[in-house]
Design a protein around this ligand. Structure first.
Ligand code: XMP
Length: 509
């Protein structure tokens, strides 16, 4: 295992992902959190930071103590901290260095830079630089703007100690992954055996030990995280998994049945609850988006509680919590306002005295998908677009009725099918249709129509925090518009949303 000590850099998670991509297990912990150095720990990476080592209260760790036990690699701030700790000098740079730089390696053979081409492109993001290395250290590489881009400790009184000013973990450091692998394998002696298959084996064993012959209740949503988590739990405890999947009436067309079929295929013990009418009743006359969300959230908890209480003697609650949520709640900066609990099952753990089972706590989203593929979960489910918990209710502006849901489901199904057939589905981050509370005049045949409008939305994004409208081909939009108007009675006009986020949001409500 590798530990990454986080000093608050925006790139820390990317370091973890690079390490994991090299099939080496790692964890991120805040720099000021205590941990034990056991024999599993093979090396430590010190992350970057928005701080400066010349700040009064600069964040620090006892590098020498750590390095007496395992190899250490400092990245950016981590490198500056290393240099300063041993008596080197770090100054504010004359000019801040952001972006592309070319690495000029010195004439020293070193394993850290093995297989890295001369003049390799690296990515910089710093305003301080190391201007003098401590005694007993050696420069491995420079760039045009800085004298120390990579260095190592040469004295043999400790284990390997390295620092690099650039960020090997970002995409634009073209050979950054080679460097990280060198550190992991050649310097720390890690074996590259962290794979989806090994994760599954280990996790199933751990779940068996944790759960024994206890019963696990779990809310499933048809989404990636809950499906993968439930499949792992099911591998460990079989029918002692009691999954509950609620049809809240605002799922996509045929989704309830399709997802239940997949669960059956996966041999998951999941009960489908048709609560459509309950939700429609609750949503009656509700037009305010937040109010609609609250109604749906509350009814979901009610239904889930009722069902959970029917499982006699349950002692565990399964959840699909993933690593970014865990990191965020442990973060140096404290939990951020955006953190959301996935299936907010409101107070159930306390009420029923349930312990949590969270088999995905240590995985990033892309790793969850890889584990899912290894578990035999269909690709389409694992790679589908994000879908909001309140579902189509927040894509029907104004009051939600069963009729409007059907209308929107039909339009949405045509849009999704069209995107898939045109090879565009995987190119956009999220897509959906929105039913506007606007009727307008049209003409079909000789007949005048007066019907609803749907807006098509498709965005490109990385994390949903910012997004651009997807520049879908006109041809495609023309076809979809035709398809929808010709096939969905009740809709006579289709428009395309060309707003980015910010200032707009992805959803309309
Ligand atoms: P916005 O509209 O805020 O959406 O730009 C960003 C992402 O969040 C999803 N979203 C929700 N997901 N419950 C959810 O589970 C909600 O109430 C909710 N509102 C928005 C949205 O689909 C997009 O992926």
């Amino acid at each position: 295992k590798i530990l990454i000590l986080d000093f608050g850099s925006q790139f820390t998670q990317l370091i973890a992902r690079c390490v994991r991509e090299a099939n080496v297990y790692c964890e991120i912990i805040p720099y000021n959190k205590n941990f034990v150095v056991d024999h599993d720990l093979k090396g430590i990476i010190l992350s970057g930071s928005p701080c400066s080592v010349n700040d009064v209260d600069f964040p620090s760790v006892d590098i020498a103590a750590l390095n007496s036990k395992v190899p250490v690699l400092g990245v950016c701030y981590g490198a500056q901290l290393t240099a300063k700790t041993y008596g080197g000098r770090v100054d504010k740079s004359n000019k801040r260095e952001y972006g592309r730089a070319i690495l000029q390696t010195k004439d020293v053979e070193d394993v850290l830079l093995k297989h890295i081409s001369p003049n390799s492109q690296v990515w910089m993001s710093h305003s301080d630089s190391i201007v003098a290395l401590p005694e007993g250290f050696e420069i491995l590489a420079t760039t045009d703007s800085i004298p120390v881009a990579a260095f190592k400790k040469t004295t043999t009184d400790s284990l390997p100690l390295y620092g690099i000013q650039f960020h090997p973990e970002v995409y634009h450091s073209t050979e950054g992954k080679v460097l990280i692998k060198n550190f992991l394998v050649s310097i720390c002696g890690c074996t590259q055996n962290w794979t989806p298959a090994s994760f599954i084996n280990e996790t199933v064993e751990k779940l068996k030990a944790q759960i024994g012959d206890g019963k696990v209740i779990m809310a499933l949503s048809g989404g990636v995280d809950s499906t993968v988590a439930a499949t792992l739990v099911s591998r460990a405890v079989g029918k002692n998994l009691y999954g509950i999947f609620v049809d809240n009436g605002v799922l996509r067309k045929d989704e309830f049945q399709q997802v239940l079929d997949i669960y059956k295929q996966l041999d998951l013990n999941v009960k489908g609850i048709d609560a459509k009418q309950l939700f429609y009743d609750g949503l009656k006359d509700k037009t305010d988006p937040e109010e609609k969300r609250k109604v749906i959230g509350k009814l979901f908890i009610d239904v889930f509680h009722d069902e959970a209480l029917k499982v006699e003697g349950a002692s565990f609650l399964g959840q699909g919590t993933i690593y970014p949520d865990v990191i965020e709640s442990l973060s140096v900066h404290g939990p951020s306002a955006t953190i959301k609990s996935h299936h907010n099952v409101g107070g159930l753990p306390e009420k029923m005295n349930l312990s949590l089972v969270e088999p995905l706590r240590l995985l990033f989203k892309d790793e969850v998908r890889k584990v899912g593929l290894e578990l035999g979960i269909p690709y389409d489910l694992l790679y589908r677009h994000p879908f909001p918990g309140p579902g189509l209710a927040i894509r029907i502006l104004g009051e939600v009725t069963a009729e409007k849901v059907t209308l929107l489901q039909d339009a949405d199904a045509l849009y999704t099918k069209g995107l898939k057939e045109a090879g565009l589905y995987d190119k956009v981050w999220q897509a959906g249709t929105i039913l506007l509370p606007v009727k307008s005049v049209g003409v079909m045949g000789d007949e005048r129509t007066y019907e609803f409008t749907v807006a098509l939305r498709a965005v490109t994004s990385v994390d949903g925090m910012t997004a651009d409208w997807a520049h879908l081909p006109y041809e495609f939009l023309a076809n979809i518009s035709n398809e929808i108007i010709n096939n969905v009675r009740g809709i006579n006009r289709v428009v395309y949303d060309i707003s980015s986020k910010p200032p707009a949001t992805i959803e309309w409500e």
